[in-house]
Design a protein around this ligand. Structure first.
Ligand SMILES: Nc1nc2c(ncn2[C@@H]2O[C@H](COP(=O)(O)OP(=O)(O)OP(=O)(O)O)[C@@H](O)[C@H]2O)c(=O)[nH]1
Ligand SMILES: [Mg+2]
Length: 651
């Protein structure tokens, strides 16, 4: 949704009726929001989300599909569809809010959720860790720290104790905090959004920026916050350049328009800078807002002064921004997730149709069918004979991925060395006290990014293996990869620690990988990746931090400490990668073997049906044939319905 500078108008798009929408008196919003319906309200189902307009239809469809699959005796597939439907509903689109220190990120989030006091915004108190703000029917906050990797609850008023820098020492008020999660029943969040507040880009330079970038790679959109005082800085532009490799949906928000009268000039300069320095984002929309006015509107609304509230809201510029978040981000992510779910469910349905067709054909005593089934059995036998062959191919592929991962780890470590080295060169009074925290956060960010890369590469390997069989007609292998996730031999992590990345979920991740098997692969390999950013790393970082702390007196000591941290990181990353690759390879071998056996079992059953059919009376055969045909027709009608929903979701 591109917003043209110069077309300033605004629509009241909050909780109030459309009749209160008005053209802006000027100055406030730069957007095209035209009074979209409110995002508020809850949906039955407990998570408070309102979801995509086709969600109800898609869910009814999936429920019918589950019934049909169960009737057909395909209970594992039915359970798979149910699980996918559950997962598709609960995920919010994630928006990461980024910007230089003190631009107004936290104030913007407060204004978006209608809670001016939620995140602290004192002039001299900066955000120190990532804060995820998401929907929750019950208001509460959770801190994830070194002592509580599963999180512990705190009152909302205490958020600043865990997520703020001490204004005097410029160090975090509480040590060891990984991130904070805040749950609120705010209408915008109920519409399917989660917002992540981040420490300023120019603050703890390398550290938090690395974490923010890792988060971005899994997020649905980046909201980049600037203010009306000054143009984009070099570090902001550098961040944006790095961001282009990770997220394609970006929205720029110029805030504090009530405070800086010269904001229009700054806006022009910023747009020009982005076009020149970060051309990938040249077409991204800009919104101009005042969080102060939005909060004032909320206060007036609470006091029952609706007209004043509507006026202030309009001049705040939030109408356009909220509409864009709801439609372009939350709505789009919902559509992608629903489409993925329906697409995967359709794949299972098609397997059921093949089976139903086979059975109906068998009951007709069709000799061609018997021959075809025999051929399929031969094909599977052939697969098994060539077992050694595919294993070798799999090994070659995993070796290539290992090598790519090593290169990737090396590149990222070099990038980190460069940034931390710059930090040492910059010097400054607080360098020695801040450096360990910088290194700590940077290392965590690096590992998060590495984990993402590892996961998507291994998913790609699993997909390729499944497709190898799919291509030769044994689609069951791909489906079995999914179904097999439920079977016992797959080791599952006890309860993986609650990492920041788990809070972020990108709707398009399945789409990138394409097929049903990718879904399977993502689920399959997850259990081994949990510990990567978990306990072992946290403990190792604590050790390294201790060492850096001890001797951080001279620049040479800082560099010395840094080198040791980088070396430790390299070792940990490579070991984790080798382990995950080896386990994935083993799992694939196991699952493909099992899938082949199961597919053979099914085909044998069809053959037995065929043999039995030959011995049956003609009359009895006709009745069974009619029932089988009716079942097949029902399934085919379901397929048409699914294709139709998919077509509308993809529009
Ligand atoms: N007048 C006015 N002041 C604002 C507005 N938005 C933010 N501020 C003020 O600007 C200052 C910085 O706002 P924050 O929201 O803390 O900024 P931030 O980007 O989260 O800062 P860091 O967490 O330190 O990076 C605070 O004093 C806010 O009260 C606005 O729209 N209008
Ligand atoms: Mg802040």
């Amino acid at each position: 949704m591109a917003v043209e500078h110069g077309q300033r108008r605004d629509g009241y798009a909050g909780d109030r009726p459309r009749s209160q929408e008005r053209q802006a008196a000027g100055g406030g919003g730069a957007g095209d929001g035209q009074g979209q319906p409110a995002a508020g309200g809850g949906r039955a189902g407990g998570n408070g989300r309102r979801g995509h307009h086709l969600e109800g239809e898609a869910r009814r469809y999936l429920a019918d599909l589950v019934t049909a699959l169960n009737e057909q005796g395909r209970t594992a597939s039915a359970a798979g569809v149910e699980r996918l439907a559950d997962e598709a509903g609960g995920q919010a689109a994630t928006v990461v809010v980024v910007g230089e220190k003190k631009r107004g990120k936290s104030s913007l989030i407060n204004a978006l959720v209608g809670r001016p006091e939620l995140l602290f915004t004192d002039v001299d108190v900066a955000t120190s860790v990532h804060v995820v703000v998401r929907y929750g029917a019950r208001e509460h906050a959770v801190v994830v720290d070194r002592e509580h990797p599963q999180g512990h609850e705190i009152p909302l008023e205490d958020i600043d104790t865990y997520a703020a820098l001490d204004p005097v020492t410029q160090r975090p008020r509480a040590g060891g905090v990984e991130h904070v999660e805040v749950y609120l029943p705010a209408p915008l969040l109920a519409g399917g959004l989660a917002l992540i507040d981040t420490p300023g880009v120019g603050g703890l330079v390398a550290g938090h920026t690395a974490i923010t970038l890792a988060t971005l790679a899994k997020a649905d959109a980046l909201l980049f916050v600037v203010n009306g005082r000054s143009e984009l800085t070099a570090s902001e532009l550098r961040f944006l350049t790095l961001a282009t490799q990770r997220v394609s949906t970006v929205m720029f928000v110029l805030t504090q328009t009530d405070r800086f009268p010269g904001w229009e000039k700054v806006l022009d300069a910023d747009r020009e800078l982005v076009a020149r320095k970060v051309p990938d984002y040249a077409g991204a929309p800009w919104f101009t807002v005042s969080s102060r006015r939005k909060s004032d509107a909320d206060k007036a609304e609470l006091a029952g002064r609706s007209d004043t509230a509507a006026r202030r809201y309009q001049s705040s510029g939030f109408g356009a921004l909220e509409a864009a978040l709801r439609d372009s981000v939350a709505g789009r992510a919902d559509a992608v997730r629903l489409a993925n779910t329906v697409r995967t469910a359709l794949h299972w349905l098609r397997l059921a149709i093949i089976e139903a067709g086979n059975r109906a054909g068998t009951l007709g005593g069709d000799p061609a069918l018997t021959a075809r089934v025999r051929r399929q059995r031969d094909l599977l036998a052939d697969h098994e004979r060539r077992g050694e062959g595919w294993r070798e191919r799999l090994e070659r592929r995993t070796r290539a991925e290992s090598a790519a991962l090593r290169r990737h780890a090396g590149d990222r470590l070099e990038e980190l060395r460069w940034t931390l080295d710059q930090r040492i060169r910059q010097g400054g009074g607080e360098l020695h006290t801040q450096f360990p925290a910088d290194v700590d956060a940077a290392a965590r960010g690096l590992l998060m990014g590495f984990e993402s890369d590892l996961r998507s590469r291994l998913s790609a390997v699993a997909t390729a293996v499944a497709e190898e069989f799919g291509a030769e007609g044994a689609e069951a292998v791909a489906a079995e990869l999914v179904v097999a996730v439920d079977l016992p031999p797959v080791p599952r992590a006890e309860r993986p620690p609650r990492g920041l990345l788990d809070q972020v979920d990108r709707a398009s991740q399945y789409v990138d990988l394409g097929t049903v098997a990718a879904t399977a692969a993502t689920v399959l390999i997850w259990p081994w990746l949990g510990p990567l950013v978990g306990v072992a790393i946290v403990a190792a970082l604590a050790r390294w931090r201790g060492r850096v702390d001890e001797r951080a007196n001279r620049e040479a000591d800082l560099r010395d400490g840094l080198e040791r941290v980088l070396e430790g990181l390299r070792r940990e990353m490579l070991a984790a990668a080798d382990d995950a690759v080896a386990r994935t390879e083993q799992a694939l071998i196991l699952h493909v073997g099992r899938s082949l056996a199961r597919a053979r079992h099914e085909l044998t059953a069809v053959l037995e049906d065929a043999e039995e059919a030959l011995g049956l009376e003609r009359e009895a055969l006709r009745a069974r044939r009619a029932a089988a045909d009716a079942r097949l027709e029902r399934l085919e009608r379901l397929e048409e319905r699914g294709d139709d929903i998919l077509g509308r979701l993809d529009e």
